[in-house]
Design a protein around this ligand. Structure first.
Ligand code: APR
Length: 229
């Protein structure tokens, strides 16, 4: 089976009703990033941060995987496919994908505010100030905030280096190191970029599909099965 690596961003979940960050009306328009997604924000107003992620967890509980998520899960029958997502939602999991790396963490998990490896599943439940992890420290969202390391990046780079095909769906490629992943795909690896307003990417073998995730993946699924099995 050919190896495929898929990098997904917020646009992947837009058609499931989940806001993107930088589109008009996106999350960062209503919430200054530094206040709700950075280490400084956690130290200056942790209760605001907890409520921001509690709201996103409540929204996620109501959301469902879209047909794009389901297509990526279905491609596992034909390809050795690994999904590297910047998204903190669980829609790839709920669609049935089995090999997923979350570069920026997961909404359905929380962790000790001292020990990043002390992680607990919380599903869609809220985390409140005063909720403690097993080590007695304040429980915090298991999210990679601006200013924090991206532990899964080295594995994501390995998957990308090994990939014979790379797919990029629904990301502005504005945030590093995630955005730099495309540079690890070998020069001969075809890169399919799906986005209604694709970010500028310069490389050989680039195939841009200027569509939303669902429509773009419907097209790409046919291309992959007709030409790359
Ligand atoms: N289908 C596909 N792509 C879409 C759709 C859609 N229906 N709607 C919007 N898009 C595209 C936009 O054109 C844009 O390129 O999705 C992208 C969304 O970009 P961002 O909002 O910047 O989201 P993302 O690239 O995932 O942000 C990366 O930034 O704030 C951090 O941690 C956060 O993981 C996030 C990271």
């Amino acid at each position: 089976m050919k190896k495929i690596v898929v990098l997904t961003g917020a646009g992947m979940s837009a058609q499931s009703g989940i806001s993107t960050f930088r589109d008009s009306g996106g999350l960062w328009e209503n919430h200054p990033v530094r206040q709700v997604a950075s280490v400084e924000g956690w130290y200056s107003d942790p209760k605001l941060m907890l409520s921001f992620y509690n709201q996103r967890r409540t929204d996620l509980k109501k959301a469902k995987p879209n047909k794009g998520h389901l297509i990526l899960a279905g491609l596992e029958q034909f390809f050795d496919i690994g999904i590297v997502t910047q998204n903190v939602d669980d829609l790839h999991e709920r669609a049935g994908s089995t090999r997923i790396l979350h570069l920026h963490g997961e909404l359905t998990k929380a962790r000790s505010s001292e020990n990043p490896d002390l992680i607990t599943e919380i599903g869609y439940e809220p985390v409140h100030w005063g909720d403690k992890a097993a080590d007695g420290t304040q429980l915090r969202p298991h999210i990679v905030w601006f200013g924090e390391p991206v532990p899964e990046m080295s594995k994501a780079i390995q998957w990308t280096r090994e990939a014979e095909i790379m797919i990029v769906v629904g990301t502005s490629l504005a945030v590093y190191p995630a955005a730099g992943l495309i540079d690890y795909a070998s020069g001969n690896t075809p890169l399919f970029l799906i986005d209604p307003k694709p970010a500028p990417v310069r490389r050989n073998h680039l195939h841009t599909i200027t569509e939303k995730a669902v429509e773009g993946l419907e097209k790409l699924e046919k291309i992959l099965i007709d030409n790359y099995l």
